[in-house]
Design a protein. Sequence first.
Length: 133
Amino acid sequence: MTNSFPADRLSKAFTNLGQILKTQYILRYLTDANLMQMVQLQLNKGDYHNKLPRRVFFADQGEFTTGDYEEIMNKASCLSLVSNAILYWNTLKINDIVESLRAQGEVITNETLSHISLLLWYPMGRTLLMIYS
């Protein structure tokens, strides 16, 4: 490392530091059950976030088959609009359910609500498929 330019040495030092930090994180992940559970929860949220548009965008097996940029952007915008409408609908329905349970005397904390995903898509996806069939 001493024969190279200062910028090269600094770059190598940052690369090595990054590898050390990554190794520490991996070891912490493997030994800390709470961290592992939190990471898995976030990965599941990301997975559901990707499944929703795929479920909605069923035509052509979810692929943009045209090379026309304007048409692709139009389809992507429509897909985003429909996905956001489903999330909004889920938010309203979950809110109705929570308010109903609270009116019946159930105690639902904000901590409990933080674990509820708005990305529940299966029932809505089936309804959309029936509408367009």
